[in-house]
Write a protein that binds this ligand. Structure first.
Ligand code: MG
Length: 390
């Protein structure tokens, strides 16, 4: 239901060409695992309703814990067990897409995090027209065919040659039939379109993108990082937020989404999560969008007892409409008691998940005011936050 178009991401390869200890799709690029970057990209592609990831056998939980769960990737519907060959992984993911009710699938390499979001739309559109379509670039280099002895057999006519990328879009039924037949006959293809061609199906070529490189060697990784750095320079946007709530009896104490056992709690219309409120104000401030009082009026009954982390997700979605994403948060809690240090790692994880950031990019500090003022006398808790957007 609601999963007409599903992206299939085969991420079961071990990436031996990369020579690293972790699978290539889990290597970091600009602070995030490559696979996470690819999945964040798919979150932005409006035509993709859901995503299925194929993980290495026995490493499904590890992959989810490293690359998916910390980042609040709402579209990832399933993590399935992949196989030794890419084709086995796509097969497992395609069957999962069928169980989600998909009619169309877009297969996309886990290690192509730089595909432009529009490319998925154009490939899907061409697939809807022809049954199957792949992103491809016209060959620039002359391509020669050689024998095992590396002696040239012939030079191919370049104007007819295309280098194939992903995404590759297919009607799911015919793709499953082509894959089933290939499996029965022991045929392995380097891409799914090749299997469709064997069945005599039409496959259309859609202009791909130069930056949509497949990261399979350390050189590719450096090149991809260059593409990331080559994005037009933008001024960082910085905002500050500050909030105070009174400490009273008979209320829960919730800070950064963590329910803290204490004799008193914070008074407020929502769950009174003062830390999350300061973070939201900092984000809205950096975006020039006012403050949370304007976005979530406390006269609005819908926000009574609201989970502030859910409100934070709404703020992040609002920022996305302005093409802004959180890059970093630095926050400080000011409270005399209780001792907050043991709860800070969980607060950072909660906030980071809603912000699509790693916990390292979300700092939470805590301080007392040495018994001075309303925080020192335990009458309330104050939170301050600074946010950077990109
Ligand atoms: Mg507040």
């Amino acid at each position: 239901m609601g999963h007409e178009v599903v992206a299939l991401v085969p991420a079961a390869g071990m990436g031996r060409r990369m020579g690293a200890k972790v699978p290539k799709q889990q290597l970091a690029m600009g602070g995030l695992p490559i696979l996470t970057r690819t999945l964040l990209l798919l979150e932005q592609v409006a035509v993709v309703d859901a995503v299925v990831v194929a993980a290495p056998a026995g490493r499904e939980a590890q992959l989810a814990a490293n690359c998916i769960e910390p980042f609040g990737l709402a579209k990832v519907a399933k993590v399935v067990t992949g196989g030794d060959e890419r084709q086995d992984s796509v097969w497992a993911a395609a069957k999962a897409a069928a169980s989600l009710g998909a009619s169309w699938v877009l297969v996309h390499d886990a290690v192509r995090p730089l595909a432009p979001p529009k490319l998925f739309e154009s490939v899907l559109q061409a697939a809807r027209q022809h049954g199957a379509a792949v992103a491809a670039l016209a060959a620039v280099d002359t391509i020669k065919e050689a024998g095992d002895d590396r002696l040239v057999v012939r030079t191919l006519e370049r104007s007819r040659l295309w280098q194939v990328q992903t995404p590759q879009g297919f009607a799911l039924g015919p793709l499953l039939a082509a894959m089933e037949q290939a499996r029965a006959q022991g045929i392995v293809a380097t891409d799914e379109a090749g299997l469709m061609e064997r069945m005599g199906s039409k496959v259309a070529l859609t202009p791909g993108a130069r930056q949509n490189i497949k990261i399979t060697t350390p050189e590719d990784l450096r090149l991809a990082q260059g593409w990331l750095g080559a994005a037009p320079p933008v001024m960082p946007r910085v905002g500050q937020g500050m909030d105070v709530h009174a400490l009273v009896e008979g209320r829960p104490l919730i800070l950064g989404g963590v329910n803290i056992e204490y004799e008193r709690g914070l008074l407020g219309h929502s769950d009174a999560d003062v830390l999350t409120h300061a973070v939201m104000d900092a984000l809205l401030g950096a975006a020039g969008l006012g403050d949370i009082g304007g976005m979530f009026p406390d006269t609005e009954p819908a926000y009574a007892g609201a989970n502030s982390l859910d409100l934070l997700s709404e703020v992040v979605a609002r920022l996305a409409l302005e093409e802004l994403t959180p890059a970093q948060i630095s926050a400080t809690l000011v409270a005399q008691a209780p001792r907050l240090a043991p709860f800070i790692p969980a607060m950072r994880r909660n906030l980071a998940q809603r912000l699509h950031l790693t916990p390292e990019m979300v700092n939470v500090a805590a301080t007392t005011t040495e018994g001075l003022g309303f925080t020192g006398q335990g009458k309330g808790i104050c939170a301050l936050a600074t946010a950077v957007l990109r």
